[in-house]
Write a protein that binds this ligand. Structure first.
Ligand SMILES: Cc1ncc(COP(=O)(O)O)c(C=O)c1O
Length: 407
């Protein structure tokens, strides 16, 4: 048996740091200076964002990309472009970042939470179908951690019921479903370039679509309701200044040159790690569905099954972290359990919110949040094979000593 757990004073498996994020260097410096010296710092004057929009959309197989200030605004504008009206219902998963659901509220619509599949952490199509009412207008599947959602089933449901599908691809830069890139499968896609994301400029977001009409609407919405060919002070719809800036565009152009290689590295390491960790009893990596031809690996997701492992999730996470592996339990509660939803603290939006969120139950999501889920960040997957072996060694060591963690 290998030495004492680091948690109990033993030597940790690892003391070296994992790769840090973001990765940057001279290309980013050059790009920033290029934008600076151009003297054109706004999207409407310069060429950095326009170039990036073109490159990013093309990379993801979409005809249009509209660069916006973040991945929350991109969701809201996508909903507005899709014609969502006050009181309409939009189906979302409860296992996601807050923005997936609050963007719906800010569009004055009603988020309806639908459970996820415990194996994939992604929204469950039969549960979507069961939640549809005459007021349902859209579905926002999240590609959780970078694993594509079950898009064929979701698009079939949407078609049957005349719904718009907005992919929340904030975790899914470069991820592929049956060879198609995420963000180009639904009617609209939404990306984030916030600090932790797999392509980052600190803050930023992008709407993708191949529908010319939706693209024109998004462009107008993110540019104060202006329209192509209109005057500067001519505004047609309620919108705002949600434009991505040129300095961010410059960074993103440099980061874009690194993206494909990083996606490949994460994919290689993620597959390896999943295979090795699955051999440890009670460690269940996110199931990789056959439709996933490339995982985005924004997060490496796994479940600790306490009954099989022989120790509670929180104790396992703490012990693995003590061995020098950055890991956490992930979202602590389903979104509908956040005070914001329980108290319906929606400010001026949907004042007569018809859903009592304190009564919502999504058992799979609850099991993941409360008992089983764990995450490792994407930057770990930019490491070497030896780095992955250290992660596996740490889990194996904790498993060996599991009797010391049981409550
Ligand atoms: C799934 C998901 N959707 C939306 C967002 C919102 O993106 P942003 O932080 O850029 O507003 C995030 C990220 O933070 C996210 O993880």
């Amino acid at each position: 048996m290998s030495g004492k757990l680091a948690l109990h004073g033993g030597t940790p498996v690892r003391t070296r740091p994992f790769p840090s994020w973001p990765v940057f260097g001279e290309p980013e410096e050059r790009a920033l200076l290029r934008a600076l010296h151009s003297g054109k710092w706004g999207k409407l004057d310069g060429s950095e964002v326009a170039t990036f929009e073109r490159r990013f959309a093309e990379y993801h197989g979409a005809r249009h990309g509209i660069g916006v200030v973040n991945g929350t605004v991109s969701l809201r504008l996508a909903l507005m472009a899709a014609g969502i009206r006050a009181g309409d219902e939009v189906i979302v998963p409860p296992y996601t970042f807050l923005a997936t659901a609050t963007a719906v509220i800010e569009a004055n619509a009603v988020p309806v939470f639908v459970d996820i599949r415990i194996e994939t952490f992604n929204i469950d199509p039969p549960a979507i179908e069961a939640a549809i009412t005459p007021r349902t207008r859209a579905i926002i599947p999240v590609h959780m951690g970078g694993l594509p959602a079950d898009m064929d089933a979701i698009m079939a449901i949407a078609e049957r019921h005349g719904l718009t599908v907005i992919e929340d691809a904030a975790h899914a830069h470069g991820a592929e479903y049956k060879g198609r890139r995420c963000g180009s499968i639904g009617h609209l896609g939404s990306f984030s370039f916030q600090s932790t994301k797999n392509l980052s400029s600190g803050e930023g977001g992008m709407i993708t679509t191949s529908d010319d009409d939706l693209a024109a609407k998004c462009r107008s919405l993110h540019n104060c309701g202006r329209v192509a060919g209109g005057l500067w002070y001519e505004h047609h719809v309620i919108g705002g200044n949600y434009r991505l800036g040129e300095f961010q565009g410059a960074i993103l152009n440099a980061q874009m040159d690194r993206l494909e290689e990083q996606v490949r590295t994460r994919e290689r390491n993620g597959r390896y790690l999943a295979e090795k960790l699955a051999a440890i009893p009670g460690i269940v990596p996110q199931e990789r569905t056959a439709d996933c031809t490339r995982h985005g690996y924004h997060l490496f997701l796994l479940r600790v099954d306490p009954a099989v492992f022989g120790a509670p999730r929180d104790a396992v996470v703490k012990a693995v972290a003590a061995e020098g592996i950055p890991i956490c339990g992930g979202y602590a509660v389903p979104l509908y359990r956040q005070p914001l939803f329980v108290n319906r603290a929606f400010g001026p939006f949907i004042p007569q919110a018809p859903v009592d969120y304190s009564r919502v139950r999504c058992p799979n999501c609850e099991q993941i949040c409360f008992e089983q889920g764990a995450w490792m960040e994407q930057r770990l997957l930019l490491g070497t094979r030896e780095d992955m072996d250290d992660i596996v060694r740490a889990f194996a060591k904790v498993y060996e000593h599991r009797d010391q963690l049981a409550v």
